[in-house]
Design a protein around this ligand. Structure first.
Ligand code: GUN
Length: 294
């Protein structure tokens, strides 16, 4: 069993980005973050993204708003960033409060600044396999892991567990592309899927993105499969100083011994997401856009 080291792979990509940014003759790429409310996970993630942006020589801005902000006012803030030439990338951190329609907000981000890849335009480009697409960062990070570790997907069965806009749907689209490290037969499963374990057991590559701690148990994984765990669930743990621990969607202790390779939580997919965001930001600032790395 091989443990996939997302932290090291991410560090390599960040170092490559740092060199690329240092060689630019124009201004450094700049990404703007919008955070609504004080959800602790969102505060942490946006802070981590800003730190890594600085580490590779990029600029970032943080706009924070109270939970009470109206959708109209939030859309006006997005529009202002769209027309600000000093800002190359825009990321509206999800989740947004219930009174705001995320889809409407994501669609307001100018496609050429949509470094999250959540707008209808960029998702449509991904469906069309258009290299101009900005690809959502977490699925792009999964593809990067597959590429870097030489995990075979051509003609293989990739099972995506979860159908979210942020991970499941774009991951499925990426692995069904006519492309290297894609060309897979893809099945998307979710909470309503019947005989779920029978389907996940037939996966050569299982991507767990269902958002439920330790949901994937050993009986759901066949011997020799590769498992990518996207879950970052906070579960109460009195033995930890902070009162919780991070638990993936996979019951790692029981599943890992059966796998050819598996991502840990933390240290697997998470660090890759940040690296892909900054890669998208460099592309937004200096192009050309591409689904593939430079
Ligand atoms: N919330 C959890 N993951 C993400 C992400 O990749 N982008 C944004 N905008 N919000 C998120």
């Amino acid at each position: 069993m091989q443990t996939i080291d997302g932290k090291s792979l991410s560090a390599e990509i960040l170092e490559e980005l740092r060199r690329q940014v240092a060689s630019l003759s124009g201004p450094p790429p700049c990404v703007a973050f919008i955070r609504v409310g004080e959800d602790p996970a969102s505060v942490y993630y946006v802070g981590a993204k800003q730190k890594k942006a600085a580490a590779v020589g990029m600029e970032s801005r943080l706009l924070t708003f109270p939970e009470s902000i109206s959708q109209e006012d939030l859309l006006a803030e997005v529009a202002a960033l769209n027309s600000n030439p000093d800002v190359h990338g825009i990321l509206v951190q999800a989740p947004l409060p219930a009174h705001i329609d995320e889809k409407t907000v994501f669609n307001r981000v100018a496609p050429e600044k949509d470094v999250d890849g959540f707008s209808a335009t960029n998702l449509g480009r991904l469906v069309q396999e258009d290299p101009a697409a900005f690809v959502a960062c977490t699925p792009a990070g999964i593809v990067e892991i597959v590429r870097s570790y030489g995990i075979e997907t051509e003609g293989r069965h990739v099972v995506v567990l979860g159908r979210s806009l942020i991970v499941g749907k774009p991951a499925a689209l990426l692995f069904m592309r006519k492309a290297a490290f894609a060309n897979a037969t893809v099945t998307v499963c979710h909470s309503r899927t019947r005989d779920l374990a029978a389907i996940t057991r037939s996966a050569d590559l299982l991507i767990a993105a269902i958002g439920r701690p330790a949901f994937v148990t050993a009986d759901m994984v066949r011997d020799g499969a590769t498992v990518i765990d996207v879950g970052i669930n906070r579960v109460e743990d009195a033995s930890r100083k902070r009162g919780y621990r991070l638990q993936g969607d996979v019951d790692y202790g029981k599943v890992a011994p059966k796998c050819a390779a598996i991502t840990p939580v933390p240290g697997g997919v998470g660090p890759m997401t940040v690296a892909m965001l900054l890669r998208n930001t460099l592309k937004a600032a200096y192009g050309p856009f591409s689904i593939s790395p430079p």
